[in-house]
Design a protein around this ligand. Structure first.
Ligand code: SF4
Length: 83
C-alpha cells in the first residue's frame, strides 16, 4: 500500500483479512467484475500497471481481485504478500 494508506475490508473469509476489518495485503487490485471473472488467479496487483483500464458505472460492478479464500490452497498464486 502507499505509505500511510489503509484499506478497510469486512470480507473476513479472505486470507489477507485481519481483525478490525483491515486488509493485510501489501497491495491489492480493484477491478471490474467482468475482468475478474475472466482473468486467471495469477493476474493480480503485481501485474496491474501493465493491464488495460476497466471502466465501470458504479461500485456494484467492481471487486477486489486479490481476494483469496482462507484455506483454499490458492494463497500465494497471486504473488501478493501480507504486510
Ligand atoms: S485482499 Fe481484498 S478482500 Fe481480501 S482483505 Fe484485502 S481488500 Fe479485503
Amino acid at each position: 500500500m502507499a505509505k500511510g494508506q489503509q484499506i478497510m475490508c469486512s470480507v473476513n473469509s479472505c486470507h489477507y483479512w485481519k481483525s478490525g476489518n483491515q486488509c493485510d495485503a501489501n497491495s491489492i487490485m480493484v477491478t471490474a467484475d467482468s475482468f475478474a471473472a475472466s482473468a486467471p488467479d495469477t493476474i493480480d496487483a503485481p501485474q496491474a500497471s501493465t493491464l488495460s483500464a476497466t471502466p465501470t458505472q458504479n461500485c456494484q460492478e467492481t471487486c477486489c481481485k486479490t481476494f483469496v479464500h482462507k484455506g483454499s490452497g490458492k494463497e500465494g498464486m497471486d504473488s501478493v504478500m501480507k504486510s
